[in-house]
Design a protein. Structure first.
Length: 164
């Protein structure tokens, strides 16, 4: 898989912690995508868990990069309905959300901006509004996020079609 990161045209990264309820949305989407869709040969979908930062750093330094990265994650935006799937442009991640955005900490947001601006990658951040993130270990998505998994997969298939 490591070498595929530098060979594929499109990378899809699912972010989140499967042990914390709705925070496991990104990994659930990747699992559903890999099990239920035929991804083109130039597309790789990977469950990154909570460790995307190192991979983004490696891509920033690499001579060979994908054309596009899609990041799938769960967020908490109070004005959104649980299970609502929407995009967040890299430059529009609200400052108040940088610390609690599930991509885990500001350096990750900087790496995404660098990949987009200096490496000329197309970056899409596809997120779903959480219903709840538990305070202690409790695996499994809420019903709204379970339903959002299929919608997110369908949207990703639409995203990747122009790049192939």
């Amino acid at each position: 898989m490591i070498s595929d990161l530098f060979e594929k045209k499109i990378l899809i990264f699912g972010c989140g912690n499967i042990l914390l309820g709705d925070d496991g949305f990104g990994p659930a989407v990747i699992k559903h995508l890999n099990e239920n869709y035929s991804l083109p040969q130039d597309v790789l979908a990977v469950d990154m868990g909570t460790s995307i930062r190192d991979t983004l750093f490696d891509l920033t330094l690499s001579q060979k990069r994908p054309e596009s990265i899609i990041i799938v994650d769960a967020v908490d935006f109070p004005e959104k309905k649980p299970g609502e799937v929407f995009e967040i442009p890299v430059e529009k991640i609200p400052a108040k959300k940088i610390a609690d955005f599930s991509l885990h900490q500001f350096p990750t947001v900087n790496l995404l901006a660098d990949l987009k601006e200096h490496c000329h990658l197309n970056i899409t951040i596809l997120v779903a509004q959480i219903k709840n993130i538990p305070d202690e270990i409790k695996p499994g998505l809420s019903k709204p996020l379970q339903l959002a998994v299929v919608e997110a997969c369908e949207r990703m298939m639409q995203f990747i079609s122009p790049f192939l």
